[in-house]
Design a protein around this ligand. Structure first.
Ligand SMILES: Cc1cc2nc3c(=O)[nH]c(=O)nc-3n(C[C@H](O)[C@H](O)[C@H](O)COP(=O)(O)OP(=O)(O)OC[C@H]3O[C@@H](n4cnc5c(N)ncnc54)[C@H](O)[C@@H]3O)c2cc1C
Ligand code: FES
Length: 258
C-alpha cells in the first residue's frame, strides 16, 4: 500500500489492563493491503514533550469494517496522551511503514513469540498466517498473570503457550524457558517481537533448533522516513534504518552477539 498521512477516525478505544489499551481506527484505504509486521507513526497532539510522532505496530485489521487497531502500552507522555483519546476524535497517522514479516506458505508450521507489548504485531500475523493455511503456535510471555492480555483473541488463530516471570500463569520463567522453544520441536520459522534481551535469547534458541528466525526491532525513532538516522542497526551489509529497511530482520542479517 502507498504510504499516506491521514487524520483517521477513532472508532473505539478500550483499556485492557493497568497500562495497555487498544485504539481502533477507520482507514481510508483497504486495510487488507497492510502487511503483518508493518507499523504506523502517530501524532500525540498537545504534548510539547512528545512533538515527534510515535511508532506503533499494526495490531490487527478488520477488512469488513475497513479498520485497523493499535495495541499500546503507556510508558511516557506520548502514549499517556493517546490513552486519553475518545471515539469520534481523529488521530494523525502515517501508514503503513516498514517491511513486515515473511509470510508462511500452506502447511508451514510457525511459532510467533511475543514478550510484553511485543505481542502487538502478532495478532495480524497470526490471522494472515492462518488464512495462508499455516499451523500457528503462539508463545506469549509477561511478568505476571495480570500482564497477560488478549489470550482468548489469540486462541482463535492457533495453539497458545504462556510464560510468566513469577509463575502465576503458564510456565514459570522467560519465554526461552518454555518447552515449545526446544530442540525437539520443529518449526519452519520463528517470528519474534519484544525487548531486545528477550529477542536475543530467542535468536540463540532458534540457532540451537536450526530454525530460521525473524525479529521485529523497536529501536528509538524520530522521523520514521529514513532521514534522521537515529534508528540505525548494524547488519552484515552495514548500517540499516529500522524504520525503512526493518523493523523486521532475519537474525542472520544482524550483527548481534548471540
Ligand atoms: C517499529 C516500532 C513498533 C512499535 N510498536 C509498538 C506497539 O505496537 N505498542 C507499543 O505500546 N509500543 C510500540 N513501540 C514502542 C513505542 O513507540 C514507544 O513506547 C513510544 O514511542 C513511547 O512514547 P512515549 O512518549 O509514551 O514515551 P517517551 O516519553 O518517549 O519514553 C518513555 C520511556 O519509554 C522508552 N521508550 C521510548 N520509545 C521506545 C522504544 N521504541 N523502544 C523501547 N523503549 C522506548 C524511553 O526510553 C523512556 O524510558 C514500537 C516501537 C517501534 C520502533
Ligand atoms: S527514524 Fe529517522 S531514519 Fe529511522
Amino acid at each position: 500500500m502507498k504510504k499516506q498521512v491521514n487524520d483517521l477516525l477513532i472508532t473505539d478505544i478500550r483499556r485492557l489492563n493497568h497500562d495497555n489499551f487498544l485504539i481502533e481506527l477507520k482507514s481510508e484505504s483497504p486495510v487488507g493491503a497492510i502487511h503483518p509486521g508493518q507499523f504506523v507513526n502517530v501524532k500525540a497532539e498537545n504534548t510539547p514533550s512528545a512533538f515527534l510522532r510515535r511508532p506503533l505496530s499494526v495490531h490487527d485489521i478488520n477488512e469488513d469494517a475497513n479498520t485497523f487497531s493499535l495495541l499500546v502500552k503507556v510508558v511516557g507522555e506520548g502514549t499517556k496522551k493517546l490513552s486519553e483519546l475518545k471515539p469520534g476524535e481523529t488521530l494523525s497517522v502515517v501508514y503503513p511503514l516498514g517491511n513486515g514479516f515473511k509470510m508462511p506458505s500452506k502447511g508451514d508450521r510457525i511459532l510467533l513469540v511475543g514478550g510484553g507489548v511485543g505481542i502487538a504485531p502478532m495478532m495480524h500475523m497470526a490471522r494472515e498466517s492462518v488464512k495462508n493455511g499455516a499451523e500457528v503456535h503462539i508463545l506469549l510471555g509477561a511478568r505476571s498473570i495480570t500482564d497477560h492480555i488478549l489470550l482468548d483473541e489469540f486462541k482463535q488463530f492457533g495453539t497458545i503457550h504462556i510464560t510468566t516471570d513469577d509463575g502465576t500463569l503458564g510456565t514459570k520463567g522467560f519465554v526461552v524457558n518454555h518447552a515449545v522453544l526446544s530442540a525437539n520441536q520443529s518449526f519452519d520459522r520463528i517470528h519474534c517481537c519484544g525487548p531486545e534481551p528477550m529477542m536475543k535469547a530467542v535468536a540463540r534458541k532458534a540457532r540451537e533448533m536450526n530454525t530460521e528466525c525473524e525479529v521485529s526491532l523497536e529501536n528509538m525513532m524520530a522521523c520514521g522516513f529514513g532521514v534522521c538516522l537515529c534508528c540505525v542497526t548494524k547488519t552484515t551489509e552495514g548500517n540499516k534504518c529500522v524504520c525503512t529497511e526493518g523493523p523486521v530482520f532475519n537474525i542472520n542479517d544482524l550483527e548481534w552477539q548471540i
